[in-house]
Design a protein around this ligand. Sequence first.
Ligand code: CDP
Length: 237
Amino acid sequence: MGDRVIAIDGPAASGKSTVAELVAEKLSIPYINTGNMYRAVTLGALRAGIDLKTKCDEASFSRLFKNLQLDYKRNAAGCYEIELNGEFPGNAIRSPEVASFVSPVAALPIVRSWLSQKQRDFAALGMIVMEGRDIGTVIFPESRFKFFLTATPEARARRRLAQDGENFDGATLESVAAAIAERDRIDSTRKVAPLKPAVDAEIVDTTEMTIDEVVDYISGRIMHYEDSRDDVSGAVR
Ligand code: CDP
């Protein structure tokens, strides 16, 4: 079933979330942002009082998971949104504190296996867009549609600052680029499910592309693929 998942992977702030959401909208199919799941687990740990500076380990998360509830629910606008312990955490999952701990948390095997199972369950929804770091390599290696978005570190830092709506100077740009680079370093070098393109993924360098160009490119590839098959299903449009 996972062959109909559209996997969009790539490093931090490569534009994946915006692109994935718009591709899903264009194709009228659900969209799942798996980074939000790792962020929500990190927020849940902080809210449970775990000191992630010293206790970011398997034992802490094994205890946490006994009482942590994480679901994807449709929000008032009908979009799937993460729900942590019965409520939508909203922007709390994007705080600088969560961002600073999420990569070490996501490197723990217990966290990855707990979330992987939830992510695989979404295949039951049929054709969906799922975005993250390891969707094409580990979660749905059987997917027919795999895209790996990249952009230069500076372009990504600019996008992250623009996304947060901040006015920024050169020093801020440099520090955001450094924080993004550090997250990429941890994500690419971890033992379990490291950030890397699947061998059969299409790599899309978005440095010089607008969001709309990337969205049109990806949705065009999918529609073209569907059109070229004998058993075209109407599900895509
Ligand atoms: O939005 P941004 O690109 O900054 O990151 P995100 O997609 O929200 O993901 C936050 C963090 O979760 C990443 O830096 C990874 O450490 C982790 N993550 C992961 O390990 N595997 C995924 N499938 C998705 C996210």
